[in-house]
Design a protein around this ligand. Structure first.
Ligand code: ZN
Length: 284
């Protein structure tokens, strides 16, 4: 299986070792694939804990612990995980569990604590949490902690949809859509090099972008190239779902891509079509 970095380049770029210390202390992953969300959560925990730069193959103690999911400061909380012995509830993350979390957080830690909230099905597979398993009373008892956590503490919530979560948690979290594997495997290999960072390129590079795209088209054809540009923009859109400004920009760029396809069908010369597209992509 390809690494998370190959499967989710946009997300992993966001959580890269340079950025990871700046991320919010409440993170919410949503989407249909809870297993991948869990894998991402552990990788974020690894990047937060590695003190040697967070390379993918790092062999430091923190990274090894995280790979085996037995890091002492990284906890999974579900209706079956992290249950105090005297807690007999089986269907919910209980208030008793939240008290235990708060008690744990009072002790200072040398590590970066990451607490992952999720659910499990009867076979023990990771699932997203929802209202039924993480009910208002338990969630509310942690709200203050989510708002002002002790230092070196990050909470990660896994859920299918933001509407499955109590809104007070959603509003305190930085939310990321995690596309299911099949949605993400759309190929972008031809254009990723050219498209990467296109929004931050200098204005006068618009002609370079045009030429670069035309070169790819010369070798691979118009439709495969433009489809990959579309895939690229869609992936970017999905991983920046919550940034209203970026979302609008990406929607405009997707419109420009659709227009390019239409112009091609109408028989308009490829150089002209791509020139229009390049100018649209460079528009702020
Ligand atoms: Zn490491």
């Amino acid at each position: 299986m390809p690494s998370l970095y190959d499967r989710y380049p946009f997300l992993m770029n966001y959580f890269s070792s340079e950025n990871v210390s700046k991320i919010s202390h409440c993170i919410l992953f949503f989407g249909s694939d809870a297993t991948v969300q869990y894998e991402l959560a552990l990788e974020v925990a690894r990047l937060l804990n590695c003190k040697e730069g967070g390379a993918q193959n790092c062999e430091c103690l923190n990274c090894r612990w995280l790979r085996e999911n037995k890091h002492p400061a990284v906890r999974t909380v579900s209706r079956v995980d992290y249950k105090p012995a005297d807690d007999k509830t089986k269907t919910v993350i209980s208030v008793r569990q939240t008290q235990e979390i708060k008690k744990d957080l009072m002790v200072t830690s040398d590590y970066h604590r990451v607490i992952i909230f999720c659910d499990r099905d009867d076979d023990g597979n990771i699932q997203g949490i929802n209202y039924r398993v993480f009910q208002e009373e338990a969630a509310n008892s942690l709200l203050k902690t989510f708002e002002e956590p002790p230092s070196n503490t990050t909470f990660i919530f896994l859920t299918k949809d933001k509407t499955d979560m109590i809104s007070t948690i959603v509003s305190r979290s930085q939310c990321f859509f995690v596309p299911a594997q099949s949605e993400e495997t759309r190929d972008i290999s031809l254009v990723s090099g050219v498209m990467q960072g296109y929004m931050s390129r200098d204005k006068n590079e618009v002609w370079d972008l045009k030429d670069e795209l035309l070169n790819i088209i010369k070798e691979n054809g118009f439709t495969p190239t433009i489809n990959q540009v579309e895939n690229y923009l869609n992936s970017l859109l999905k991983s920046n779902y919550d940034n209203a400004q970026l979302r609008q920009k990406l929607l405009n760029d997707l419109k420009a891509t659709a227009l390019a396809k239409k112009q091609d069908l109408l028989g308009i010369q490829t150089a002209g079509v791509i020139e229009n597209l390049a100018f649209a992509l460079f528009e702020v």
